[in-house]
Design a binder for this molecule. Structure first.
Ligand SMILES: O=P(O)(O)O[C@H]1O[C@H](CO)[C@@H](O)[C@H]1O
Ligand SMILES: O=c1cc[nH]c(=O)[nH]1
Length: 244
């Protein structure tokens, strides 16, 4: 791949910072842009939105991939080829076990329940974050006002078949969530394990910090200003960690 023009992100090495935030929802790029100065919105293709700006003197790139591990891996891969060295996923998760809505959850590892990471490294390889970056993330989270939880994520491809209580898989999904809780998993999402493994394969650092926005037990969702305020807190904490 050319290092001057990424296939899908449609930008060059000079357009991106060495530190990047990966979000799912494109709306979070707009919120992130409000936190930064000198913001440049970069090329947009297939709904992938990327912006680079400065936060407290540190240049940061924010990129939205949408949903799911395959496209998250494409975005990480292109940004790594362009020179990004540190990645922080800032997203949302569903609670497992004792995790409560509104908590910020720092990933200490992730169950590789998705298929994308196996195209980079075999399943024997663990999905673990970069530990120094994770320590920065945890410190920034603990200096904020929200409760912080740490632990293992479960990452899956099947939103309706592996994660939510939807027919026809509702019984196996509930059983699977109980099994994860018994083994100490604290949350589920669709990208974290893939990003950890892809980062290891490409020789870059990755960490993941997410807002618990859906209750796994009853599928209640954070809504309205509760949710938007919490997502703004998530972005501020994440930016503080990357700028530290
Ligand atoms: O809030 P984001 O970052 O999109 O993350 C979570 O939300 C989506 C599912 O609702 C998946 O992408 C999942 O990982
Ligand atoms: O239900 C949810 C909420 C956030 N992230 C997910 O992957 N699922």
């Amino acid at each position: 791949m050319s290092t001057t023009n990424a296939w899908y992100l449609r930008c060059g090495r000079q357009d991106v910072a060495e530190r990047a935030v990966l979000v799912g929802d494109r709306g979070r790029v707009a919120i992130a842009a409000e936190l930064m100065q000198d913001v440049h919105v970069l090329g947009e293709d297939r709904g992938l939105t990327t912006a680079t700006g400065t936060y407290r003197g540190t240049r940061l790139t924010v990129s939205a991939f949408g949903m799911g591990a395959p496209i998250a891996a494409v975005v990480m891969h292109e940004l790594a080829d362009l020179g990004v060295r540190e990645f922080l996923r800032l997203g949302t998760v569903m609670t497992v076990g004792d995790t409560r809505l509104g908590e910020l959850v720092v990933a200490h590892g992730a169950v590789r329940g998705e298929s994308t990471s196996a195209s980079y490294l075999p399943l024997e390889f663990p999905a673990v974050p970069d530990l120094p970056l994770t320590a920065r993330v945890e410190a920034a989270a603990r200096s904020g006002s929200r409760p912080v939880r740490t632990g293992i994520y479960g990452t899956f491809d099947g939103f309706y078949t592996q994660m939510t209580d939807s027919e026809p898989a509702v019984t196996s999904v509930r059983r699977g969530r109980d099994d994860l809780a018994r083994r100490g998993v604290v949350a589920t999402d669709m990208e974290t394990s893939a990003l950890f493994v892809v980062a290891r394969a490409l020789g870059v650092a990755a960490a993941s910090l997410c807002l618990a926005s859906v209750d796994g037990a009853d599928q209640r969702r954070m809504e309205g200003t509760d949710r938007t305020d919490a997502e703004a807190d998530l972005l501020r904490v994440g930016f503080d960690a990357l700028a530290a």
